[in-house]
Design a protein around this ligand. Structure first.
Ligand code: PAF
Length: 279
């Protein structure tokens, strides 16, 4: 595996490779886990060259403490990527990604006014800034994202359409711990008890799936929320039942062809998100 920290060096390597190979790209913020590895593996199966970036993007953190606390494990990440068969790792500095302050403001309409966008103002603008910059640098044929970040996927697809980019967005299913807890870099910050209790998030989402089309949307949302909040370790920030494309809440099962339940839950200072398809 080759490692690059400078944009110019990475680009000169990729321009050679691109002559006769397809480039797949897995952007990450490091602290890699099985969820990331599933993206690497999918990328390897679909592209000739797999490029992974590791960059903790400051512009997408609306909470400074969350940014400071975010796990940084670059050496271990390199080892994990090497063992997973990744071809190129790009681990730039902040100056390399943002030589000048990025002042761009994206307009995602209603997509970023709900759920994560509502509770983390500015978060998706920062995601769009860094992902568009990374796409610009890597110019990948295909880019890989996890379904766990359901709203992020919607935002990135919208950004690709708006900027008329050509990279194809490939989405991989949520990877879960044995307990059902969705894999996340933040899981390593949970106490043992929080991690056990956090399994209740997937249990509540599974309950919602089981009840889909049988009970009303309001009943399911309220009961799933109640089940998570029943744990003294957990506090639901939102649990919404939404249209898969518009991300807006639905009130009837017939309102939309594809419906997801999405939630964000605080376990102490750690914020976890998860989602499940209901219909
Ligand atoms: O999903 C993530 O880890 C980040 O939001 C991403 C896409 C790497 C951008 O920093």
């Amino acid at each position: 595996m080759k490692k690059y920290v400078k944009v110019a060096d990475l680009q000169s390597e990729l321009s050679e490779l691109r002559k006769d190979k397809t480039i797949g790209f897995v952007p990450t913020m490091g602290a890699l886990h099985q969820g990331h590895l599933s993206l690497i593996s999918l990328c390897r199966s679909m592209c000739d060259v797999t490029v992974a970036s590791v960059f903790v993007n400051p512009t997408q953190f609306n909470d400074k403490a969350d940014y400071q606390r975010y796990p940084r494990t670059l050496e271990k990440d390199e080892e994990i990527l090497e063992n997973a068969g990744c071809d190129v790792i790009f681990a730039p500095s902040e100056e390399e990604i943002y030589p000048e302050k990025d002042d761009r403001i994206f307009n995602f309409g209603e997509l970023d006014k709900v759920m994560e966008g509502k509770f983390r103002p500015g978060h998706f603008n920062g995601v769009a800034q860094v992902v568009s910059r990374l796409f610009d640098i890597v110019n990948p044929d295909k880019s890989f994202f996890g379904q766990k970040d359901f709203q992020q996927v919607g935002i990135i697809k919208a950004m690709v359409r708006q900027l008329k980019l050509t990279t194809e967005i490939v989405v991989a299913p949520v990877v879960r711990e044995r307990s059902g807890l969705a894999m996340s870099s933040r899981n390593m910050l949970l106490t043992e008890n929080q991690r056990i209790e956090a399994a209740k998030i997937f249990q509540a989402l599974s309950y919602a799936k089981e009840q889909a089309l049988k009970a009303s949307i309001d009943e399911i949302r309220d009961e799933a929320t109640r089940r998570i909040n029943a744990s003294p370790e957990l506090d639901v920030e939102y649990l919404e039942i939404v249209d898969a494309d518009t991300l807006q809440p639905v009130s009837e099962w017939n309102d939309s062809a594809e419906i997801f339940a999405c939630t964000a839950v605080h376990a102490g200072k750690i914020r976890l998100i998860d989602n499940i398809r209901l219909k």
